[in-house]
Design a protein around this ligand. Structure first.
Ligand SMILES: C[S@@+](CC[C@H](N)C(=O)[O-])C[C@H]1O[C@@H](n2cnc3c(N)ncnc32)[C@H](O)[C@@H]1O
Length: 237
């Protein structure tokens, strides 16, 4: 059984009140649950908010309980997967403790999310280096230069600055790589940056470039600046 951690359905024209996330792909995550089920996996999805119309998945998509708890029993899943989620998770320790709890021994935890420097721009606000420079001054500079995400078109620079400043505090959380590694290792007892697997298998431009150029350290550069794919296995107790 697999679980899609943070399951989300974005439909065309659907907006979030919190404005800053701009997604162009549609239904992608719900599709992942559907596809996995179609391939014979018993797949479920969870998110902190119900961003879906659960019409055809028969209760397979569920909201995380508060205080934070994945709504499944201990030792339920062989794998927990997520894409583009951990840059939004405010309490990594709590989330990984929950992932660890619902995994069976030998189960896999696999997560793809932007690297801590997220170059050339932070992928939600479109501001360069907004994953690390989160002052009003910096955000205001780019707002004055006309930088807007898909939900900010037509807004004045002051409004955009304030929205992005708030979003930096409540909507994104880019932890340094060593902190993520330390925290996950503490819970799982193991941790692996799946650099080769990312470069060899992903469709994104950075992975394609790395495959083509075969330069040394491209894996390190991609993981620092673009995406990171982290993998751990729950050990038998
Ligand atoms: C950018 S969306 C990614 C959606 C989907 N995984 C995809 O690839 O299109 C991030 C999602 O993570 C969810 N999220 C944020 N923090 C979370 C947490 N602690 N636990 C579960 N989901 C969380 C958000 O509600 C949001 O739906």
């Amino acid at each position: 059984m697999t679980i899609q951690f943070a399951n989300e359905q974005f439909s065309a024209g659907q907006h979030r009140e919190t404005q800053a996330v701009s997604y162009t792909h549609l239904d992608v995550y719900k599709r992942q649950v559907q596809e996995l089920n179609r391939c014979g996996f018993d797949s479920r999805g969870v998110d902190i908010k119900p961003f879906w119309a659960d019409d055809d998945l028969h209760g397979r998509l569920q909201v995380v309980e508060q205080p934070y708890r994945i709504p499944h029993a201990d030792l339920t899943f062989e794998a927990v997967l997520s894409t583009s989620v951990f840059e939004h998770v405010l309490d990594y320790r709590r989330a990984f403790l929950e992932i660890h709890r619902v995994l069976k021994p030998g189960g896999a935890s696999l997560h793809l999310f932007p690297g801590p420097w997220a170059l050339p721009v932070e992928p939600h606000m479109f501001v360069p280096l907004a994953s690390v420079i989160q002052t009003r001054w910096w955000l205001g500079l780019w707002a004055r230069l006309g930088v807007r995400n898909g939900f900010q078109k037509g807004l004045g620079w002051r409004e955009v600055t304030e929205r992005n400043f708030e979003y930096c505090k409540t909507g994104v959380n880019y932890l340094p790589r060593r902190k993520v590694k330390h925290l996950v290792t503490d819970i799982f007892g193991n941790f692996y940056y799946a650099k080769k697997e990312y470069i060899n298998n992903f469709h994104g431009g950075a992975a394609r470039l790395a495959r083509r150029t075969k330069l040394p350290f491209t894996g390190e550069m991609i993981f620092a600046w673009r995406e990171q794919l982290i993998y751990s296995v729950k050990q038998s107790s």
